[in-house]
Design a protein around this ligand. Structure first.
Ligand SMILES: Cc1cc2nc3c(=O)[nH]c(=O)nc-3n(C[C@H](O)[C@H](O)[C@H](O)COP(=O)(O)OP(=O)(O)OC[C@H]3O[C@@H](n4cnc5c(N)ncnc54)[C@H](O)[C@@H]3O)c2cc1C
Length: 493
């Protein structure tokens, strides 16, 4: 038996790792069009700085990231966020303001900081407080994030707090982003407690009680990273795979299924000639495939063999972002920070989506006396920035950054990274669309999909998507083996 995995990002590598555990006798081949594995995850080390080119940490409340790191022997490498800067700033009229203490993504857990914040007007605060009395929605229908937050907490909380926080993560249009696919627990809170504020306060009290009761075991901050960078997670996965598993620098151009239900892959070398020369570029046959490519690419590849599935996958739209990472001497930074970064509301009309004080958030990322900052741009607000060349992007973001932060002089160096069409958009109706996609893939025991387009964009979700894809195909291989053995026994009898 053999299996092909398309895409060597964290989803594809997780699928390969899990599949090898479940069916060690199977031949696994992982194809990637780039010359390297890891997909968007890439860590660069330069002059003592550690630069994450895309994701720079992952959430710990979704277990698969931390679990996988521990399983791979990276538990000791997990680094918590710096406790002295665990807050976030919001920009209002060009100035930084700390997000009200206890405000978590969509709702407040503490009322006093909300009452005192200069970000909201007295009317905005009053409207937010009325959330406690607004009747809850009873049906299960989806709605946009914008609608949900305006309905519960009012327009100001939406525009000045939630919109920048959520767009900073999803690079999305909040008028289209689905609340049920993106942050369903907030709708559950509304249904179960009648109010987000009440639910958040109850949950906080329950968490405190659980923390007091729990005497042992390592507890992590909400986000963690790896000391040697997130690329080290991909390195650790690859070292567990059989030699010859990886086929980087080899793009899959076409796939189809034979009458005998085998998958055929046509590939082309996209890597450097020295590497690609060793590859077999003839069509290759596989018993099963996992598509862990971005979903627009999976849709293109499936167009002939599964047109209905391809059409549904194509409905998932994507946005992209660009990041400028700037290194400074600490004495160029003329202010001190109590937060790990800032988000910019849409109505500030800035090309900056968010900024992250990378070397404050995780102190190992810059040498002593240096400061590293990441500036994000693009997303749904200004999609063209995701592809703007460095020579234009760098001066634009530097000038805009200086309007918000007191940082003097030129950076020691700048690194830009471009991630066009990498962030799937979970629009209203996404959950139903994913159900329809899964109904179609479930009926094919030789095909599985993995990646960030279905049940969460974060690294832990991608790991789980890879695991689930591997588990599906390994169990259908096992069933096939069993029925082949049964037939053989009957023939012998
Ligand atoms: C800028 C940015 C910041 C982010 N920040 C965070 C964060 O802080 N925390 C977090 O948890 N998540 C974050 N994410 C999300 C997370 O990093 C991604 O969702 C995740 O890494 C995607 O992994 P993947 O393997 O599904 O896809 P990818 O990493 O995109 O990998 C897909 C692979 O498929 C390959 N491929 C495509 N077509 C073909 C083909 N025809 N043949 C062969 N190979 C092909 C590509 O070359 C690529 O390597 C961020 C994402 C971005 C872009």
């Amino acid at each position: 038996m053999n299996i092909a995995i398309l895409g060597a990002g964290i989803s594809g590598l997780s699928a390969a790792y899990r599949f090898q555990q479940l069916a060690p006798e199977t031949t696994i081949r992982v194809f990637d069009r780039r010359n390297r594995y890891g997909g968007v995850l890439e860590t660069l080390n330069r002059d003592g700085f550690q630069i994450e080119q895309s994701a720079d940490n992952f959430i710990t409340t979704i277990p698969w990231g931390v679990q996988l790191c521990k399983e791979l022997g990276l538990g000791e490498q997990l680094v918590q966020t710096n406790p002295s800067v665990r807050r976030t700033y919001v920009v209002r009229r060009g100035r930084l303001h700390l997000l009200p203490d206890g405000f978590l993504m969509m709702a407040p857990t503490k009322l006093l900081p909300m009452a005192l914040t200069p970000i909201l007007s007295p009317f905005g605060k009053l409207r937010a407080g009325l959330e406690l009395f607004i009747p809850s929605r009873k049906d299960d229908c989806d709605e946009s994030m914008a609608n949900f937050v305006r309905r519960r907490l009012g327009r100001e909380v939406f525009e000045r707090l939630v919109e920048p926080l959520v767009s900073g993560v999803y690079a999305a249009d909040m008028e289209k982003l689905s609340v049920l696919a993106t942050l369903p627990r907030f709708r559950e809170m509304e249904r179960n407690y009648g109010s987000l504020i009440r639910a958040m306060q109850k949950q906080l009290a329950a968490n405190r009680a659980a923390n007091l009761a729990e005497q042992s075991g390592a507890r992590y901050s909400m986000f963690v990273t790896l000391r040697n960078g997130l690329a080290s997670l991909c390195d650790a996965l690859v070292t567990k795979l059989q030699p010859d598993t990886l086929r980087t620098g080899q793009e899959v151009t076409r796939i189809w299924k034979t009458a005998e239900k085998q998958w055929v892959l046509e590939t082309k070398s996209s890597g450097s000639p020295t590497i690609s020369a060793t590859y077999n570029t003839k069509p290759e046959f596989f018993d099963a495939i996992i598509l862990a490519t971005p979903v627009h690419e999976s849709s293109r590849l499936l167009k002939n063999s599964s047109p209905e599935l391809a059409e549904k996958l194509a409905k998932i739209e994507h946005e992209g972002t660009a990041i400028a990472t700037l290194a400074f001497n600490s004495d160029q930074v003329k202010q001190s920070f109590r937060g790990m970064g800032f988000v910019v509301p849409k109505n500030e009309q800035s090309p900056i989506l968010a900024g992250s004080f990378s070397s404050l958030k995780y102190e190992h990322r810059a040498p002593e006396g240096k400061f590293l900052i990441r500036i994000f741009a693009g997303g749904n607000r200004m999609p063209e920035l995701a592809e703007l060349p460095e020579r234009q992007l760098k001066p634009l973001l530097l000038a805009e950054m200086r309007k918000i932060l007191k940082i003097n002089g030129e950076p020691i160096f700048t690194v830009t990274s471009h991630w066009a069409k990498t962030m799937p958009q979970y629009h209203v109706g996404h959950r139903e669309l994913v159900q329809e996609i899964e109904l179609l893939t479930d009926s094919d025991l030789t095909l599985a999909l993995a990646g960030n387009a279905f049940h969460g964009v974060g690294i832990p979700n991608c790991i789980q998507s890879g695991f689930k894809a591997a588990e599906k195909l390994a169990s259908s291989f096992a069933k096939n083996n069993r029925s082949a053995n049964d037939t053989e026994k009957q023939v012998r009898k």
